[in-house]
Design a protein around this ligand. Structure first.
Ligand code: CNA
Length: 241
């Protein structure tokens, strides 16, 4: 990246008072979690069924064992730690100038870095609940079992993750829209902007400064400063003043 892009991003961060970060799977690839659509991503590996089906509500209901085999193997397998992007955002929030992180990720790495105001559009692997009695379980409880995890009541435990074919949580969407609509700057990073309705939320932005950080293609975002670099490496160079 030319230094000029870093300088422009630094200026945007410096003058912003209500910055919103809108992220996707590319925010966690530098933590070792593969995304879906990069060349090494999940969609370019071969499975019995396409990933959209393996992570669908139908698969969870009709083929619960297959669902959990894939989910344990491909979603829960990583002992990931926050990277420079997660840490930068947590530090910026402490200054009061980052109003929210809106993420499509389900890995909990923003909270692990210390971020407090995180709208998880697609839920989190860290929350799980019994489909029979509603009791909640953390990730450790799911990992402690093999195959399909069960509640002591006998019910099947389901991750509180939005599977394909399921709707997003209303309060989470409303909170994310409000934060985006009130933001004076927004950084969109590590997302292909292809998964709806999540990707559609960026249209609520009315602020001044829009930045896209993506290694590959992120569609057409009119008026954005486009930084074609790794998000962790990029945000790791930005100073919090
Ligand atoms: P995606 O469609 O896989 O797109 C990822 C994007 O990030 C691509 O455009 C890449 O070019 C880009 N990218 C990859 N690495 C970097 C990097 N280091 N720096 C900058 N850009 C990078 O993922 P989306 O988030 O757009 O799609 C939404 C899905 C993916 C959501 O439903 C997520 O739940 C799901 N997902 C989440 C995780 C996670 O929680 N970490 C992992 C894999 C998939």
């Amino acid at each position: 990246m030319g230094d000029s892009n870093i300088e422009k991003l630094q200026e945007i961060v410096d003058r912003s008072r209500r910055l919103v970060f809108f992220g996707g799977a590319g925010v966690s690839t530098e933590s070792g979690i593969p995304d879906f659509r990069s060349k090494d991503g999940l969609y370019n590996q071969k499975y019995k069924f396409p990933p959209e089906y393996m992570l669908s509500h139908s698969c969870f209901v009709d083929r619960t064992e297959d669902f959990y085999e894939f989910y344990r193997d491909k979603i829960l397998a990583y002992e990931a730690k926050p990277n420079a992007a997660h840490l930068f955002l947590a530090e910026l929030e402490k200054t009061g100038r980052l109003s929210a992180v809106v993420t499509q990720n389900i890995d909990g790495l923003h909270q692990a870095a210390g971020s407090k105001r995180v709208f998880e559009l697609h839920g989190s692997v860290h929350r799980n609940y019994c489909t029979r009695c509603g009791k909640f379980f953390d990730l450790a409880a799911v990992k402690a079992q093999t195959g399909v995890p069960h509640c002591p009541c006998g019910g099947v435990i389901k991750p509180d993750v939005v599977l394909y074919g399921e709707g997003l949580d209303d309060d989470t969407v409303t909170g994310a829209i409000k934060a985006i609509a009130e933001a004076d700057a927004m950084i969109i990073a590590g997302t292909s902007l292809t998964v709806y309705p999540a990707a559609g939320l960026i249209r609520y932005f009315r602020g001044r400064d829009l930045v896209v950080i993506n290694l590959g293609d992120a569609g057409d975002v009119p008026g954005a400063l486009f930084i074609h670099q790794k998000v962790g490496e990029t945000l790791g160079q930005i100073k919090i003043k």
